[in-house]
Design a protein around this ligand. Structure first.
Ligand code: FMN
Length: 324
């Protein structure tokens, strides 16, 4: 049975960041945010020996497993795996523009073939898990609402209930994946129009939401928002989400968050790379002013696997900058 889950505030899937470890930290900081895994290629999901480390869930629900793929049998298996690992949702990535992903015939290039995407969603659908889609507005430098509407119209035939829209086009050649998150212009209006047209589908708005006040005001028009880089750069933003977005009384979040997180990752040292274990916390050194001096020290400690010193340094930084 599928549970009724709020997707009012979602943390976007981000490769290299929304690892099982990051999700543990995010969940300590916010009880209600809806979380995503990184995109995982269906082949890795099915065949990788490292699968446990990639998709471990550890009851950080509500959470979606995002997959990249377009082979029907693999997608069916991916859905079963997501159920086995207690995910609430399986999501198909139709937004990643990278060359490697295009070569594997998945990601944003699938927007060229709406029938194939429809078949992919049907393959993921299973009565025990919600199958959803994350897509862009279209492809190339020109925005074209009719293209977007025809695409969604085809997908709507699957009975899909939730679609996340990164509200800009993907440009498949000539610019990097990173530039594909800034150069194609955002257009929230297309998402507004599409949600009015397809009232049975919940559209979650993504792209350029760079503070919680903006998220809150967009929630007056949209049923849900999805936020990526804001959280990547400073996960401590999440400590205000339950209060500001879900109107719950504020829980006390203090430096024990860091202790809890380090308790969780310490036994994983040696099994998982120290960078992956620390990556959810490292970006704050870039995003908070004057953090770079700390970053250099942390890098040295990481090389020598000095986890206790890293914890002390992080604690000092977080207290100094009043992040909790
Ligand atoms: C480092 C990084 C990795 C990303 N990896 C994924 C991914 O695995 N799957 C996906 O659908 N989108 C991925 N994205 C795109 C985000 O999910 C999101 O759509 C995009 O960053 C726009 O949202 P924002 O403006 O709130 O950051 C990634 C973005 C970043 C910054």
């Amino acid at each position: 049975m599928k549970k009724e889950i709020s997707r009012k505030f979602c943390v976007a899937p981000m490769m290299g960041y929304t690892t099982p470890y990051a999700r543990k930290l995010y969940r300590i900081l916010s009880k209600n945010s809806f979380l995503f895994s990184e995109m995982i290629a269906t082949k890795s999901l099915i065949y990788s020996k490292n699968r446990e480390n990639i998709i471990d869930n550890d009851f950080n629900n509500p959470v979606a497993l995002q997959v990249g793929g377009s082979e029907i049998d693999e997608l069916k298996k991916a859905s079963e795996i997501a159920i086995d690992y207690n995910y609430d949702e399986i999501n198909l990535n139709v937004g990643c523009p990278s060359k490697a992903v295009q070569k594997g015939s998945f990601g944003a290039c699938l927007m060229k073939d709406k029938i194939l995407v429809r078949n992919c969603i049907e393959a993921l659908q299973n009565e025990r898990i919600e199958a959803t889609l994350k897509c862009r507005l279209g492809l190339g430098r020109k925005l074209n609402y009719e293209f977007f509407e025809e695409f969604i119209d085809e997908i709507s035939k699957t009975g899909i209930k939730i679609i996340y829209v990164h509200a800009r086009n993907a440009i498949l050649s000539g610019i990097s994946p990173q530039a594909n998150r800034t150069i194609p212009p955002l257009n929230y209006d297309f998402v507004k129009r599409i949600k009015n047209k397809f009232s049975k589908i919940t559209f979650i708005l993504n792209g350029g939401i760079d503070n919680l006040d903006k998220a809150r005001s967009l929630l007056e028009e949209f049923e849900g928002v999805m936020v990526g880089r804001l959280i990547k750069n400073n996960p401590f933003i999440l400590k205000d989400v339950d209060n500001k977005i879900f109107k719950e009384t504020t829980r006390l979040i203090d430096e024990t968050v860091i202790n809890n997180y380090f308790e969780y990752i310490r036994p994983k040292l040696g099994i998982e790379s120290i960078f992956r274990l620390l990556s959810p916390l490292l970006h704050i050194f870039f995003s908070v002013p004057h953090g770079k001096i700390y970053k250099t020290k942390i890098n040295d400690y990481m090389k020598d696997q000095k986890i206790n010193l890293i914890e002390d340094l992080l604690m000092k930084f977080i207290n100094e900058k009043n992040l909790t």
